[in-house]
Design a protein around this ligand. Structure first.
Ligand code: AMP
Ligand code: MN
Ligand code: MN
Ligand code: MN
Length: 293
């Protein structure tokens, strides 16, 4: 089974349409793909509709990546195998969308004060019907020549403590877990190796996540050196969390690819293990029920 449980479309800061993402998943011979856009599930209907037209099977796992705030850090929580049609969940997501719009306007004001008043309108246009993210601002800043590259946009303007940084009003980790559980999903701590946290704070985060009812953590994600990967596996086992793996695919490029280098160590329990019962089986394009295990 080739499985990737973390990916983005142009409904947040991914570059591909849902259809293109599914096409790519087929090209990469994936058996299952979770679509986990930032704070939105808008891509999933289109992805599933496109999959219906395909003969090759692919389990599309409806997901989301919720933005949360914890001690001033942006922490991302994946909701996997969620019921995206749940009306309560949809109302809750509207709250995150409003927080995104409000923050984007504040970022625009700060950028304008730095003399960059030609960024916001284009960033909004690029975001289109999807959620606007700092990545949209960064892309425009590169295109207009305000910074040399994407990373510089964060280092100079958009990152924490920089000139156009705006403290986001994200929900808490506990709320994110509650929202995901209420929508029938599995809550997974995203890319734990990517936060700017010391070892002590990372352990504190994982303990807090677990105590708040979190179910699993990513033990495989891109750009994680082998020793760090082993460390994440040790944490998953030690804190009794299910193991997940995802590419966090945003766009075709040299460094990331769907389904690449994602291997969950055999001694860990994969997050899909308990998706076997009736309400959590995943339908393939022929509407035939199929368990992932
Ligand atoms: P947001 O969720 O609106 O805060 O936007 C953050 C997104 O920008 C992340 O999901 C990343 O995909 C992308 N990004 C790229 N480079 C960076 C960086 N250096 N710092 C933070 N986010 C980055
Ligand atoms: Mn992103
Ligand atoms: Mn993330
Ligand atoms: Mn992501």
């Amino acid at each position: 089974m080739k499985i990737d449980l973390h990916s983005h479309t142009w409904y947040s800061d991914g570059q591909l349409s849902p259809q293109e993402l599914i096409m790519r998943a087929h090209n990469m011979q994936l058996d299952a793909l979770a679509i986990t856009d930032h704070d939105t599930v808008a891509a999933i209907d289109e992805a599933e509709a496109y999959q219906q037209t395909q003969s090759r099977p692919l389990n599309i796992i409806p997901g989301i990546e919720l933005s949360t705030g914890w001690h001033g850090f942006d922490i991302h929580i994946l909701g996997l195998n969620i019921d995206r049609t749940d009306p309560v969940f949809q109302t809750r997501l509207a709250q995150q969308a409003a927080a995104r719009q409000e923050r984007a306007q504040c970022i625009a004001d700060k950028l304008a004060k730095c003399g960059l008043d030609d960024v916001y309108e284009t960033a909004l246009r690029y975001a289109g019907k999807g959620q606007i993210t700092r990545a949209h601002f960064a892309r425009v800043m590169v295109e207009k020549g305000h910074v040399h590259n994407f990373d510089a946009a964060f280092k100079k303007y958009l990152g924490k403590g920089k000139r156009a940084h705006v403290a986001p009003k994200w929900i808490s980790i506990e709320q994110a877990i509650e929202w995901i559980h209420d929508a029938g999903g599995t809550a997974v701590l995203a890319h734990p190796g990517h936060y700017d946290l010391s070892g002590k704070w990372l352990r504190r985060l994982i303990v807090f996540f677990k105590q708040s009812g979190g179910d699993g953590m990513e033990v495989c994600h891109p750009h994680l050196p082998p020793d760090r990967q082993r460390q994440m596996a040790t944490y998953a086992q030690g804190y009794d969390l299910l193991a997940s793996a995802g590419s966090d695919f945003h766009a075709p490029g040299r460094w990331t690819e769907l389904g690449r280098h994602l291997r969950i160590p055999e001694h860990l329990t994969p997050v899909w293990q308990h998706w076997g019962s009736d309400n959590t089986t995943i339908s393939d394009n022929n509407n035939k029920k199929e368990s992932l295990s």
